[in-house]
Design a binder for this molecule. Structure first.
Ligand SMILES: Nc1ncnc2c1ncn2[C@@H]1O[C@H](COP(=O)(O)OP(=O)(O)OP(=O)(O)O)[C@@H](O)[C@H]1O
Ligand SMILES: [Mg+2]
Length: 435
């Protein structure tokens, strides 16, 4: 009997030796951490769902938390064949169920089978390919988000969130954005250089971020510009509502909770002037003051030269410095304002913002892009008249767009252009009356 047992073990070993295949298993959850989903598992899932769509008929849908994304993956025990550099591998997915005291835990895995002699190639080269590709697919297909910060009263408790989000779906792109083509090119180049300079920033010991100050009257496309940037770089947007931020500590907490590949936006930074002023007055004389660097610094400044606005300006700059130093890498910081006068100067001069973008009233070049967007025309006999009128009046791209947009079935290129001409003439008349 002992002898038989020994034979059995040898036979098993022989079988293993003769079996030309090996199996590698990737579990959904790391050992000892059921809460942390393995990144490799997620990447393999993406990889297989795009590389197997032809050969497979049964899929399983995983719908994201907010019903915002659907990821297909191969259903249990379906086999997928993949080939890479002439090496064939087979994938299956499956699950084991663990019975614990309260509930059954499903443990899912992907199993990779390949020829024994390909082992090195598969574990080193092929798997690297799968993981890289899976990661790239995930970046490509991720839904981008628009975040806004909540009041800090809502940061705690049952549904605590600092940032609320919706899916970001603004249609604006650099193609539809109407502005001086030379400036547009400049901005695009700047963004491209930025997105490719990871190593440069690292080598220079700088963190990888860039700041833009966008100014222009309402309706000239500042928000559209930010959306176009986000669409171009495929970044998320964090809209920072400073009225909800009490002090630098809160600001810091918010910024730490932003993710990379994002644009942090503060709109209407000039309104912040007033906000800073209020904050300072409230704090004045209170004990809190010593703890708050903004107020303290602002007060010191004020005491020194007794100029109120200087105090608030330095408070604002302080805030922005905090913003710069706290938010992590791979981020754009964009500030917008309607009035640039002293604000823009002090922001750009002191090296805080890298680029100053000016959005202006509609000129002929801008109009041509809008006409292409809304009416799909590149030239028309009325263009000359419009060009001349544009030179004589200040009308925003938003107003031009409003006129060009066909509103009923009767509207066509001709009627829309005439509508615009009428508005331009009215605007000109008004301007004359004012002077
Ligand atoms: N330069 C532009 N190119 C294309 N569309 C524009 C442009 N400017 C304005 N528009 C149109 O006008 C609308 C309003 O523009 P947008 O919100 O970008 O202006 P804004 O400068 O952010 O204004 P505000 O200062 O009021 O926030 C946009 O939805 C867009 O359709
Ligand atoms: Mg705006």
């Amino acid at each position: 009997k002992e002898f038989l047992g020994e034979i059995q073990t040898y036979l098993n070993k022989l079988l293993v030796y003769l079996n030309p295949y090996i199996e590698i298993t990737f579990h959904e959850h790391q050992e000892n951490s059921w809460y942390e989903r393995s990144k490799a598992y997620a990447y393999i899932q993406r990889y297989l769902s795009t590389h197997s769509s032809k050969s497979i008929k049964k899929f399983k849908a995983n719908v994201g938390k907010d019903c915002e994304s659907v990821v297909l993956s191969i259903d249990d025990y379906q086999e997928v064949t993949d080939e890479f550099n002439g090496v064939k591998v087979w994938w299956t997915s499956g699950k084991t169920t663990l019975h614990s005291n309260n509930d059954d835990l499903e443990k899912r895995y992907y199993k990779l089978t390949c020829k024994r002699r390909h082992r090195d190639f598969v574990t080193k080269v092929y798997m690297q390919h799968v993981l890289d590709e899976g990661k790239a697919i995930r970046v490509r297909t991720r839904q981008r988000k628009l975040y806004t910060n909540n009041k800090s009263e809502n940061w705690y408790g049952y549904q605590r969130t600092m940032w609320s989000h919706v899916v970001f779906e603004h249609p604006s792109t650099f193609d539809t954005l109407a502005m001086d083509p030379k400036k547009k090119k400049e901005i695009l180049n700047d963004l491209i250089t930025f997105s490719r300079s990871k190593d440069y920033y690292k080598k220079e010991g700088k963190s990888w971020k860039r700041g833009y100050l966008i100014n222009g009257p309402p309706g000239t496309g500042k928000s559209s510009m930010i959306a176009a940037m986000a669409n171009f770089l495929e970044y998320d947007i964090y809209n920072l509502e400073l009225a909800f931020v009490k002090d630098n500590t809160e600001l810091r907490k918010l910024l730490i909770n932003t993710s990379s590949k994002s644009i942090i936006v503060i709109e209407d930074i000039d309104c912040l002037f007033d906000l800073m002023g209020q904050r300072k007055e409230k704090k004045e004389g209170s004990k809190e003051e010593e703890k708050d660097p903004i107020a303290t610094k602002a007060k010191a400044e004020k005491d020194r030269d007794k100029k109120g606005s200087e105090g608030t300006l330095s408070g604002l700059l302080n805030f922005i410095d905090e913003l710069w130093s706290t938010c992590g890498s791979e981020r754009l910081i964009v500030l917008t304002t309607n009035y640039v006068e002293n604000l823009g100067l002090s922001l750009t001069r002191k090296g805080r913002m890298d680029m100053h973008i000016e959005m202006s009233y509609c000129c002929y070049e801008t109009f041509k892009v809008l006409a292409k967007n809304y009416l799909n025309v590149e030239s028309h006999e009325l263009f000359a008249t419009i060009g001349r009128l544009l030179e004589e009046s200040n009308i925003t791209p938003a107003d031009v767009a409003e006129n060009l947009m066909p509103k009923s079935d009767e509207d066509n290129v001709e009627t829309c252009l005439n509508k615009l001409i009428k508005s331009l003439e009215d605007a000109k008349g008004e301007a004359k009356l004012e002077t």
